[in-house]
Design a protein around this ligand. Sequence first.
Ligand code: FPP
Length: 244
Amino acid sequence: MPRDTEPGGEPRGPRHVAIIMDGNGRWAQARGRPRLFGHHAGARRVREVVEACPGLSIKYLTIFAFSTENWKRTQVEVAGLMKLFRRYITKETRALREKGVRVRFIGDRVRLDAKLTALMDRLERETEGNDLVHLTIALNYGSRDEVARATRRLAQDVADGRLSPDDVDEETLPKYLDTCVLPDPDLVIRTSGEARISNFLLWQSAYSEYEFIDTLWPDFTAAELARLCESYGARDRRFGAVKA
Ligand code: FPP
């Protein structure tokens, strides 16, 4: 029986789904192809998943595209991924705008090249009037880096007298995070059989439900997302409390 329900008794799916899209490299290697072939296949899955969101009542979708640790990969892979992001944004801007998707990026833009950040800014601007689905792309994102950057700004506000140390609490700190305008994720999915969270939304997912699935990201489908949303509806989320 679904227990996580709306007041009317309808099963409730996750409002915010966050996805660690893992397994592109293995998917490509299994086909005897270079890792970037897998990333390109992975990028094509993003569209299907975004398009499935309204039908599943997912209002917020956050995807992990590139971590602060991914710079450790070969120069060829990093450069290929950056080119893929530029291509994806250029190709998808119009469709995202017309389909009612509002796009935001989280992560530190300082290390990204100017051509890419200009495209990111433009996509954010061109979709800022949309509200059907809020797609957040984590690019050069790491949760520890995000918390460090947030703390730096918070400390500056204290030093400048805009904030009192006594006012720093669980409500104040998230206002400094990259995700300040987003609700916490209800469901975090990681593909490819790895059961770890790899520096993704550490603060925000304190009470999220997790799904670690074996599917490699390029094989992930809207049908699988629907199945995960359905099983989320049967979970008993207590947030540390005891249900009456
Ligand atoms: C992890 O797979 C995936 C990444 C580091 C990149 C994620 C990027 C995409 C899905 C492509 C495009 C995204 C957008 C938004 C256009 P992995 O390389 O670690 O796979 P492996 O564990 O099998 O090696």
